[in-house]
Design a protein around this ligand. Structure first.
Ligand SMILES: *[C@@H]1O[C@H](CO)[C@@H](O)[C@H](O)[C@H]1NC(C)=O
Length: 394
């Protein structure tokens, strides 16, 4: 959600359905906090979305550097990913790989040069266990003293270089999901006691309880009332490389849920997931703008209205831009929501920009931007200001 846009935008910010927005913003902040906490160094945290390994001051991770590479505008090299077992032994990797915790993971990717992506926390907690070296025809990633927390997706992309420009070929990335089965930790550890997750209408939602061992049996549970959640593979499905996905969230999915993994005699619970249901719009808003007058005389009052007809309980924010904005002309707005009759629950959100005693500077374009969680749309209208009629000469 582009919060920065909302608060940093020009003109006035008007919240339609203020309460709903406030709740959503809370959530967004909660989630952000949660994410930031997770990436704190120290306790090994959950690798979520893999990020690109960027060049750092610390030498060998800077793989975008092109050592020993001739600037040949050659066709992109084919990329192959192999696991380096021990001196001189290679094994082509499939979809997944299991490496015993404590062991060293070494991957070799053919290409000149290649770029790697690793689980997010590994990139952020640079504790010296990860080493990336580019050789002439391949790159090597080495991760030592591994733990269950290193479980996640590792991939390499080849770089296509022409002269000094190199372009990443993401679409040709070769990925391998690496498990580091940890005899003590069935779940990839998280530093958070719980995680807040938004359930958006018809938007697949992931409960990222990631196991460290592909052999673990994982089930989903509701805390209150304490029941097992049915995982039918359609409404809710499980993927050992991701966790549980709720495919089309409905309000009844909300609540506190957690995963339980069992393997051998070990049985462990994951972090708690607080699922909060949010009415999510199907589409960006379609605002309609209208000025009370298209030509207004100095001294008269002007009203410009912007309205959006949309789904019930979906928050819409309005932002205005108007000619007097640059000189700080203080205009104000009135906003309202009203229900619209009919079958489907609809509502009309409206923001009215009020210009009292129009001046010359008020002539020009009035733009209203309406935004909901799906996007924003702007509409404009122009207003002409005409001077007061001169009193007739006697
Ligand atoms: C790996 O673990 C060994 C033994 O605990 C330690 O001596 C070494 O410094 C560690 N290496 C890194 C890069 O953390």
């Amino acid at each position: 959600m582009p919060l920065a846009n909302l608060f940093g935008s020009k003109g006035r910010l008007v919240l339609c359905a203020l309460l709903i927005c406030a709740v959503i913003f809370e959530l967004a902040y909660c989630q952000k906090d949660a994410q930031e906490q997770r990436t704190n160094p120290g306790r090994k945290t959950k690798p979520s979305i893999p990020k690109l390994v960027r060049s750092t001051k610390k030498g060998p991770r800077a793989v975008t550097a092109k050592p020993k590479i001739k600037d040949t505008p050659a066709a992109p090299a084919q990329t192959f990913l192999t696991q380096v077992l021990n001196r001189g032994k290679f094994k082509k990797v499939g979809d997944t790989l299991s490496v015993q915790t404590g062991d060293t993971l070494q991957l070799r990717c053919r290409g000149k040069p290649v770029q790697w992506s690793v689980p997010t926390y590994l990139e952020e907690d640079d504790d010296g266990r990860l080493r990336i070296v580019q050789h002439e025809r391949y790159g090597i990633l080495t991760l030592v003293n591994t733990t269950g927390a290193d479980t996640g997706e590792y991939s390499c992309y080849s770089m296509y270089c022409e002269d000094t420009d190199c372009r990443k070929e993401y679409d040709k990335a070769i990925k391998v999901f690496v498990f580091f089965p940890d005899p003590q930790e069935l779940f990839v550890p998280s530093s958070d006691y719980y995680e807040v997750i938004q359930l958006r209408t018809n938007w697949p939602t992931l409960l990222p309880c990631q196991v460290t061992s592909p052999g673990a049996k994982v089930s989903l549970h509701r805390e209150y009332p304490p029941v097992d959640v049915a995982v039918d593979g359609t409404e809710i499905s499980f993927n050992v490389k991701k966790g549980f996905t709720i495919h089309r969230p409905r309000p009844y999915h909300a609540g506190a849920l957690f995963c339980v993994a069992s393997l051998g005699n070990l049985r462990q619970s994951s972090t708690k997931y607080m699922l909060i249901y949010v009415n999510y719009p199907m589409a960006p808003p379609a605002p309609v703008i209208q000025a009370s007058l298209s030509s207004v005389t100095v001294g008269e009052n002007l009203r410009v209205s912007c309205s959006v007809l949309g789904e019930q309980d979906v928050a819409v924010e309005f932002t205005w831009e108007y000619p007097g904005l640059q000189i700080g002309r203080p205009l104000y707005t009135q906003d309202s929501i009203s229900s619209v009759g009919g079958g489907a629950a609809r509502q009309q959100c409206q923001s009215i920009l009020l210009v009292d005693e129009v001046r010359d500077v008020d002539q020009g374009t009035y733009t209203c931007t309406a935004q909901n969680l799906q996007g924003a749309k702007s509409v404009s209208t122009t207003v002409k200001v005409v001077p007061k009629a001169k009193p007739k000469k006697p």
